[in-house]
Design a protein around this ligand. Sequence first.
Ligand code: NAD
Ligand code: DAU
Length: 352
Amino acid sequence: MKTILVTGGAGFIGSNYILYMLKKYADIRLINLDKLTYAGNLENLRSIEGDERHIFVQGDILDKTLVSGLFKTYQPTAVVNFAAESHVDRSIENPGIFAETNIMGTINLLSCARAAWETADGSYPAEVKFLQVSTDEVYGSLGETGFFTEETPLCPHSPYSASKTSADLFVMAWHDTYGLPVNITRCSNNYGPYQFPEKLIPLMIHNATNKKNLPVYGNGLNVRDWLYVEDHCKAIDMVLENGRNGEVYNVGGHNERTNIAIVKKVIALVQQKVDPTVTESLITYVTDRKGHDLRYGIDPEKIRRELGWQPDTPFEEGIELTIDWYLNNGDWLHNVTSGGYMAYYDKMYKNR
Ligand code: NAD
Ligand code: DAU
């Protein structure tokens, strides 16, 4: 039986990964270490309550005693590190916590993994691997043309992407210096169930269904490359199983859209499915994000060629699945948007 230490498994992508893995593999054990910040939510994992293959531990990836204790108790042969502060806007307001969690937290996980796995002669068992879940934002911004490949120079702009880039460099340092077996995945924008409604798509769904303004940054012409979250989970699984040691794999499905096109798509679906009076008049152009990257676009050729990965869910299908999920899970949305969320929302959008 394979045991994986999954960090951040109560967040958006982490919880989707846990559900994906438990569905796919009968003989597996997932140790889920999550601090349960505002973005972590055990409701995401309600459908697997009582499943003994999933062991949840509330805690911080920065906690050395806790993390090394988990290695001793459960002897995982893989780490998949999702745990992070993940929201660019929050990183602009409060960069310090991004350095702590995303950089120092990753360093702590690397140290604990090395301490647990390195043998007396400095080698590692064949089955162990540290997989860092990274982002295309480490490459910075594209102009009108071209794509990010794994050879694109690292050029992050936001405090969030600077912290993720730094973490990637530490992961490679542990590989190059101590021989730790590693992979890094760099994925484009994800969307799907359980995404916290500070991110573009769920925020627009939440606002449109409540007939609130839809705040579009700048002119709305920035481009993101959207991938359904389950396709990202599939890529991580494939890289963990068969990725070549020390390699980076970009993950994306060639699905670039301007932000305004995404917002209009959400409006059209909400109008059709829930309320015919929801219209584009809700769109409100607001002050742009500081340092706003113009365009992201992934070249996924390496992961396709080496591992046979390709996305299964076209955007038209994925966005409908996503909207249906939010419409059918009003309680989830209500629970995460009460309390602290409104204070955050007012701070970000009230005077913008
Ligand atoms: P998220 O914000 O939804 O979830 C992050 C999770 O990490 C939460 O459950 C939170 O409680 C947990 N966490 C935060 N700090 C922690 C700490 N110190 N110790 C333990 N747990 C902690 O994020 P997400 O969107 O699911 O992203 C997951 C990972 O994927 C991140 O590393 C992010 O950089 C990366 N990524 C995200 C996207 C995207 O579009 N969302 C795309 C590419 C890569
Ligand atoms: O590219 C991968 C990255 O995608 C991940 O590494 C990050 O963790 C994830 O948050 C996401 O970052 P973005 O900044 O691209 O996502 P966000 O949903 O915050 O914004 C998407 C685009 O929409 C971006 O151009 C800003 C714009 N936007 C966002 C919000 C929240 C708006 O116009 N209005 C909004 O209210």
